[in-house]
Design a protein around this ligand. Sequence first.
Ligand SMILES: Nc1nc2c(ncn2[C@@H]2O[C@@H]3COP(=O)(O)O[C@H]4[C@@H](O)[C@H](n5cnc6c(=O)[nH]c(N)nc65)O[C@@H]4COP(=O)(O)O[C@H]3[C@H]2O)c(=O)[nH]1
Length: 893
Amino acid sequence: AVCVDRSEHLHDRQHFLDESARLQQQILRRFEVHEELLQGAAGLFAVSGDVDEAQWRTYMGGLDLSRHLPGLDAVAYGLQVGAADLDAHVSEMRERGFEDYRVFPPGERASHVVATLIEPFNAINARAFGYDMYSHPERRAAMDRARDEARAILTAPITLVSAHADQAVPATLMFLPVYRTRIAPMSVDARRAALSGYVLVAIRIHALIETLMPVRAPGVEMAIEDLAGASLYGGETPESAEFSVEHVVEVYGRRWRLRMWSTDLLAGQPRSLAPLTLGSGLLLSLMLWALLHAAHRAEVRAAAMAREMTAALRTSEASHRAVVQSSAEGILTIDPHGIVLSFNRAAERMFGFCASEVIGRNVSMLMPERYRARHDGLVANFQRGGSRNIVDLRREVTGLRRDGEEFPMSLAIGIVDDGGAVGRLVGVIRDITESKQQQQFIRHLAEHDALTELPNRTLLQHRLEVAIAKARRESTTVGVLMVDLDHFKRINDSLGHQVGDQVLLQIATRLKTCVRECDSVARMGGDEFVVLVDGARDGDAITRIAGDIVVAVSTPMLVGGHELHLSTSVGVSCFPADGDDAATLLKNADTAMYHAKSSGRGHYQMFSAEMMRRANRKLELESAMRKALSSGQFLMHYEPQVCLRTGALLGAEALIRWQHPERGMIPPIEFIPVAEDTGQIIAIGDWVLRTVCAEARRMQQRLGQTLAVSVNLSPRQFAQPNLGELIESACREGGLDPQFLVLEITEGTLLKRSEQILATLDRLRYLGVRIAVDDFGTGYSSLAYITRFPVDLLKIDRSFVRDIIDDPADAAIANAIIAMAHSLGIAVVAEGVETAQQLAFLRERGCDAAQGYFFGRGTPAADFRLPSRYLPSVASDAPGSRRFAAVDGGDLF
Ligand SMILES: Nc1nc2c(ncn2[C@@H]2O[C@@H]3COP(=O)(O)O[C@H]4[C@@H](O)[C@H](n5cnc6c(=O)[nH]c(N)nc65)O[C@@H]4COP(=O)(O)O[C@H]3[C@H]2O)c(=O)[nH]1
């Protein structure tokens, strides 16, 4: 009997254990079904982003929840609303037709999770509509955890808001987070940022366990308590229970203790449990099937909804695609491996490929071979999650068309966010061939001379720098040839600009024939060209080219029916001998060219150290001259001029002196040409005129006789349009009668602009000022043009006077000048008379007046005296003294 009892006891115990295990399993499975339900609901949000009441009801209604999931009170959605957005949220809900909508409980909170969608939306559940679940600590704790862990979490036991006080039974809420991104972000911070709300189910444990009754074996009772404290279901295990078992299980974030015990009913159960087991097993299976079916239907419904949503999405995608297709910019997408996924029409047009020919192939087919390896490297790096630098920048790259033509394109790359994974890349492409061409055209304009199409100064400078760098590497020579046409201005002035332009074009062509392909011919402006000889072996090669240029230019050319004979002056500098950089080489070539000009034109001149010294001295003079005027370093000396007939003092030539504080006296022959070049002659000339007028007046007063004073005017001074006014005011201010002023100009001045010269001369004549032509005989010596201008005096240059005794040619020239001048009614003054013989010769030939060291050197105005070697003593023993005495010197000056 003991054995039988014992055996029955063991059997009952096993039975109890089996049943309690099954019960636990059922309960846990039921929670899993709830989670599946929530996953389906969350899926709705994933596909649509936003779900309205109608969609929610459609989806939930299809699940027939009350039938399949008894015990489930509600499925809801809690929308997360920030404090700042709360009012807007309430207004929006009211606008949607919920006129009495409010969020409760009232009170200020940083964030809210408001029940906005509830199903079934019956009278009981409606009480929770607008409830801020986040206001409640237990709910809030579960939600925060669900959000951070991205999984379904149950609350500690709570009382449902919808429940009446008399129904206040323990319940739990299962929350599943919904993120704006389809997939839960990886980090907690990102999850918090991406959260849009929660889907949740409210579960009353009593109801849930009750629903298990049909499959529950009689004789097994249970209790569930949350380890955090509160009881969810059932009471204490009775003392009388024969068997009992206890498990602690983890259920969706909660730790529950499940206690099960046997009741008397268990003892009364048949020993063979097979029928019951079978029956309950069948029921259980049916029940499970129903649950699974419900869950399955949830998935099916979600899928159906997703399809609907996708269709809607597709509509928007279709319009998006239409935009992409009609875009003028080429748009293509590639996967992280560089495989083309899409290729719009503009891209088709640009590359000449159909989308179908490109999609599925590597994007590198759209770029020239030489860029492919680098591109593959970038893609590989990108795939590894390396540099994202390629994204978002617009850059210029080269594309390859189907026909093999390369073209410049501007490319911007964007990255498509595929939920945090290495996503697709979108390339937006613009064909910039045209704008490139425009840029090139503008650049061409900026770097070339409009007339000859030759490189201009800017481009030459650049090429010269490149050539120097190359020559430095290769130890070769660079030649810079400054080519300036001689007297080109005359062609322009006499034959017109059109002829001038034609000449320049022909010269450009000729210069090009003198150099190799790799050399450059540039036009610097006007009649100035520069030839750059790139990478010459030595200086000889360069001088040969310079010689060729001189010959090429001097070959007669026919322009507009005129046969023109030109010549050029070429200055040559070489790297490295004459300069280390572009600016120095150009400057030195220029110096050499000026040297070529001043030494007779029509040839080339190599730059030399001596030229450099001279150029430097010129530079020094330039800056010193600026100070000289303001600091009173200039003064005037006066050289007496004597009448060769009467021996009387006629006047004086004013000659500028520069008393430099360190360098002593600097002769005018040195600084006047520099002043003329730099334009400083204008200011200096103005000072000279004013000083001379004032000092001449004082000399006249001191010596008690009228005295004419001659002032040298350089070509630039004479070209001043206001010269008349200037002289008038200088005479007025100095108190000198203009009739005692003689202006000495050179032959060269008269040759310049005849119309303007004539006008100026007329004006001066009108004032009473007289004009002397200085250095006569050294230049063109054409008496023909002297007749065209109102000239009063001719000065025989001292270079003729010097050899007048020994050189019959100079004597003949002096003779001729005197005779011709007199025949034109012009008086003649001889310069540089140093000896009595020279004086006698000139008097003999009828020269009217003379000046020179024989009579005395120039002195400051204060020291100016009557000549010490007075003329009559000379005159007495000179031949022809009678003619000299017969003429009244007063007529001359
Ligand atoms: N060997 C020799 N030389 C004699 C004799 N008598 C006079 N001379 C010099 O010959 C030059 C005569 O002046 P220029 O032919 O007008 O030539 C002048 C003139 O073209 C220019 N110049 C001088 N002063 C001025 C000025 O105030 N303005 C301008 N624009 N040019 C000036 O500078 C040139 C040189 O002037 P300077 O050096 O003063 O030289 C003066 C004078 O000192 C002589 O018997 N033998």
